[in-house]
Design a binder for this molecule. Structure first.
Ligand code: COS
Length: 383
């Protein structure tokens, strides 16, 4: 298997790296302080063309697939996790349901707008009592003349207050639920009855907006239904297969940043008359970081390659999410330890990375859910 990057992929990675250094990193402290990623930054990202990196060329994107998306996510996360999550909620899971489940007409209408950022997307699956078990959702869509009427509430929706078009999953058959009873809808945020509710105050990734969305008798024409009636759960899961891969790339970017800061601090800080880096205890931590980074990188880009080749990759994407989020947890923990008291101080970025990292073991499926997905696949398809 050849994992070398094509000329185009290297160009897109360099573009994302350059944008991150010039525009994202300098704003990171402000984003953290104000708990807000400026919409203008998304507009600037749109101007680079990076919003459409994974959108097929026929729909106005760069057509660089999951590998392209992972490269961009990795780079942006190095500059600021919240910006990367805001980007991903649009370019990854926001656009992906449409790419997976949309008709030709729906893709022709919406994807070019997603690619240039004139329409921002979001993905709304979770509910207060349906997080790990989305089949238990209560949001209901019932036939209303030639269209649909939507009622319910979604929680933890990234970009919910910024998005123009939200993919909402709703029950259309209570008896069938995950097995043919859930349908996906494209819901414009200016629909009557669409409301943005509470904004979460979070431990980390504070700049990324996470809100409740409610739908009170939202009326939708049938052409806003995504995929067939009853096909929604599969579209939601296939979208998460992609999302979990790009999340692995987020973890990789954050871990690289923590490791680079640790190496630099270990070289400059002196203890017992010599640099920290001369202490074997510190060297072992750096060696473990470097090894886990190599493993993360290998998993992320091998699984992305499988996805881009059209091979099944559901088990592998769960493995990426599980391993990368847990390895990131170990790497940021070592980074705090290497920095000592400085790692615990809010004046240093390590403290922020530690907080930003924690949720990666929870959102888009907890580590325990990933183990369920992997174990089921092992038992059904073999080791
Ligand atoms: N791609 C396509 N279809 C899939 C799929 C996937 N990755 N995973 C499951 N399906 C299909 C199944 O094949 C099944 O189809 P049939 O009805 O034809 O049999 C259907 O979807 C239901 O699947 P399953 O029986 O496995 O559903 P469960 O309710 O047992 O749920 C898990 C399975 C646990 C994997 C799922 O609920 C899950 O991923 N939970 C976590 C959700 C999550 O990540 N939430 C975070 C919020 S999103 S930011």
């Amino acid at each position: 298997m050849d994992l070398r990057l094509s000329e185009e992929l290297r160009m897109v990675r360099d573009l994302a790296r350059d944008f991150t250094e010039k525009r994202v990193r300098p704003l990171s402290a402000q984003i953290e302080r104000e708990h807000r990623v400026p919409r203008e930054l998304m507009d600037e990202l749109a101007q680079t063309g990076l919003l459409g990196v994974a959108i097929p060329e026929e729909y106005g994107g760069a057509g660089l697939g999951e590998t392209g998306l992972c490269l961009v996510m990795e780079e942006i996360t190095r500059g600021d996790f919240s910006v990367a999550v805001t980007y991903g909620a649009h370019a990854s899971i926001g656009a992906m349901s449409l790419q997976i489940g949309g008709s030709k007409e729906q893709k022709e209408r919406w994807l070019p707008q997603f690619a240039v950022g004139s329409v921002l997307g979001a993905y709304a699956l979770s509910e207060a009592n349906a997080g790990s078990d989305p089949g238990a959702m209560q949001t209901l869509a019932v036939r209303d003349g030639a269209g649909w009427r939507l009622d319910g509430e979604k929680v933890w929706i990234t970009n919910g207050d910024m998005a123009d078009l939200v993919t909402v999953y709703a029950v259309t058959d209570r008896a069938k639920r995950a097995h043919g009873g859930i349908t996906a809808f494209l819901v414009p945020s200016d629909s009557a009855g669409f409301r943005v509710g509470k904004r979460e105050e979070k431990m980390g990734q504070r700049g990324s907006s996470t809100v409740t969305l409610s739908f009170e008798g939202v009326r939708l024409p049938d052409e806003y239904r995504l995929g067939e009636v009853g096909e929604g759960f599969k579209i939601a899961m296939a979208t998460l297969d992609r999302g979990r891969l790009t999340l692995g790339a987020n973890c990789l970017g954050c871990a690289r940043e923590a490791h680079a800061l640790s190496v630099s601090y270990a070289n400059q800080r002196e203890v017992f008359g010599k640099p920290l880096a001369a202490q074997q205890a510190i060297q072992w931590m750096l060696a473990d970081n470097a090894t886990e980074l190599f493993a993360m990188e290998s998993l992320v880009y091998r699984a992305a390659h499988m996805c881009d080749q059209g091979e099944p990759f559901s088990r592998e994407s769960a493995m990426v999410k599980l391993f990368a989020s847990e390895a990131l947890g170990r790497i940021v923990d070592r980074a705090v330890q290497i920095h000592g008291g400085m790692g615990y101080s809010a004046e240093f970025v390590i403290e922020k990375l530690y907080r930003d990292a924690r949720v990666t073991r929870i959102y888009e499926g907890t580590s325990e859910i990933q183990r369920i997905v992997i174990a089921r696949d092992v038992l059904q398809r073999g080791a």
